[in-house]
Write a protein that binds this ligand. Structure first.
Ligand SMILES: N[C@@H](CCC[C@H](N)C(=O)O)C(=O)O
Length: 250
């Protein structure tokens, strides 16, 4: 099987396309392993669909399936365009719903699924958190210094709420910094798209940022987010790292 490794803002993925749906959780664990595999935060398999350009199966590094991945959606769109599976503008299906994406060279914009604020005013570890679904669930707290990111606290909250955990700093009405502990990777990642989107939603709802904002994850790679009605549009660079052939992958 021809495999492609992508980085989308530092969130890294292995992608390939196949023709039949099957449980690929074991393949995800093997390929995403950073010591004995290629190493990645997730595996994305693109499959044909009658009504959409494609449907994807998304697996976290631990083999768990996730309904959505913001950075992964941008990598998948770039992959689909590169392999002729879709045009520059495309629609594809995830477990969270339909995603629209457009590709312009290495810049990809995805329209994420409509967000839902599941719970406000959660008090945990002396902080106020919101639980927001941007395709997958995210806890968000706003801090005055990203050094407050605490991996042990994040791990405990990830278990308790079965959610990803984000710390955000609002540098200005146009600039948010984010650090994310990701479910299914069970560690901090260099970026998480739906996590950054959830941080933007909380900051927006509190009237602290503009409609269009630049986001900076741990990798430092800039992303742009904007809102039209309840729709979030998320844009940034993706990098194709390498392609390889591996036997035994179905
Ligand atoms: N990194 C992704 C989110 C991937 C899914 C997440 N780990 C989960 O299990 O909820 C993103 O860019 O949004």
């Amino acid at each position: 099987m021809q495999l492609v490794k992508y980085s989308a803002s530092g969130n890294d993925f292995i992608l390939y396309h196949a023709f039949t749906k099957r449980d690929r959780s074991q393949i995800a664990r093997e390929l995403c392993n950073r010591h004995e595999g290629i190493g990645a935060d997730g595996l994305i398999v693109l499959l044909p669909h009658n009504e959409y350009d494609f449907v994807w199966d998304f697996y976290n590094a631990d083999g768990s399936e996730a309904a959505m991945c913001g950075n992964g959606s941008r990598a998948a769109a770039h992959y689909a365009y590169s392999f002729g599976l879709a045009g520059k503008k495309m629609r594809f299906l995830t477990l969270a719903g339909e995603i629209e994406a457009s590709v312009e060279d290495d810049i990809v914009e995805s329209q994420l699924t409509p967000y839902k604020i599941l719970q406000r005013d959660i008090e945990e570890f002396g902080r106020e958190w919101w639980l927001i679904d941007t395709g997958v669930p995210h806890l968000v707290t706003i801090v005055d210094d990203l050094k407050h990111f605490d991996k042990d606290v994040a791990r405990k909250l990830r278990e308790k709420y079965n959610a990803n955990v984000n710390y955000a700093i609002i540098h200005s009405p146009k600039k948010i910094g984010v650090r994310t502990y990701e479910r299914g990777v069970e560690d901090e990642t260099l970026a998480c798209g739906t996590g950054m989107a959830a941080c933007y939603v909380k900051a927006q709802q509190e009237g602290r940022v503009d409609k269009s904002v630049n986001l900076y994850p741990k990798s430092g790679e800039e992303l742009a987010i904007r809102q039209e009605d309840k729709n979030l549009f998320f844009k940034g660079r993706v990098k194709k790292i390498f392609e390889t052939f591996k036997e035994g992958i179905v």
